[in-house]
Design a protein. Structure first.
Length: 229
């Protein structure tokens, strides 16, 4: 049974989410604030983390930051009533993988959860593979480790999926819409802005490799370019 850590301070919403996820076959551990969520968290104990953004004692952003210090891979979904773009982008910047805006249907939340679980299962079936990207860069897609010269970067699952998608079509344009549908499940404006955040991170990781660059085709997509192509 797949395990979920839920942090939501509204007792009624917490109960409803817990009930629906439990009926959906998940093992749910609930917490009423950020501090309690961190006390319950342990690496590799949960398959998904669901965090409300606005919580007492420790908000969802800080919970995500603390979780990422302990576990780079577990998917984090934010529940947010905030509509401002900078708040949603902050969620991705602190290590979140997706968000669901309140009010939302339980079917939507369960759909998001199942998307991540399917990705994890498909990734686990891949053979161990340390791919040589350039003479200075390699990517271990099983463990989500990008090594650039002597530095290793532990990617989040979303970063890893994005990098793999760009590498699979190296030197060719990958359209934004294709990336968003493949990785986030929909071509959404805010998800598109989060895509830009993830691309910026990958560029920082690759900056020491003068053979590789990620080219932005404004409004269209991205290309992982190898020097001399």
């Amino acid at each position: 049974m797949r395990k979920i850590l839920l942090a939501e301070d509204d007792p009624n919403l917490n109960f409803v989410i817990n009930d629906h996820l439990t009926q959906g076959g998940f093992d749910v551990t609930s917490s009423a604030d950020g501090q309690e969520a961190m006390a319950l968290f342990a690496p590799r104990q949960y398959d998904i983390i669901i965090l409300d953004v606005m919580m007492p004692k420790l908000d969802g952003f800080n919970v995500a930051l603390n979780i990422r210090k302990l576990d780079e891979f577990v998917p984090i979904i934010f529940l947010t009533a905030r509509s401002q773009e900078e708040d949603r982008l902050k969620g991705f910047e602190v290590g979140g993988d997706d968000y669901v805006s309140k009010p939302f249907s339980m079917q939507e939340l369960i759909y998001r959860v199942n998307v991540f679980l399917r990705r994890s299962e498909s990734k686990s079936m891949l053979p161990d593979s340390d791919q040589l990207i350039s003479k200075d860069t390699s990517f271990d897609n099983s463990n989500l480790i990008l090594k650039v010269k002597d530095t290793s970067y532990h990617l989040t699952e979303m970063e890893g999926r994005l990098f793999q998608m760009l590498f699979d079509k190296k030197n060719n344009l990958v359209k934004r819409s294709s990336i968003l549908v493949e990785i986030w499940g929909e071509d959404d404006y805010f998800k598109g802005r989060s895509l830009d955040v993830f691309v910026s991170r990958l560029r920082k990781y690759l900056k020491e490799d003068d053979q590789l660059t990620i080219k932005n085709h404004h409004g269209v997509g991205f290309t992982l370019l190898e020097q001399g192509f």
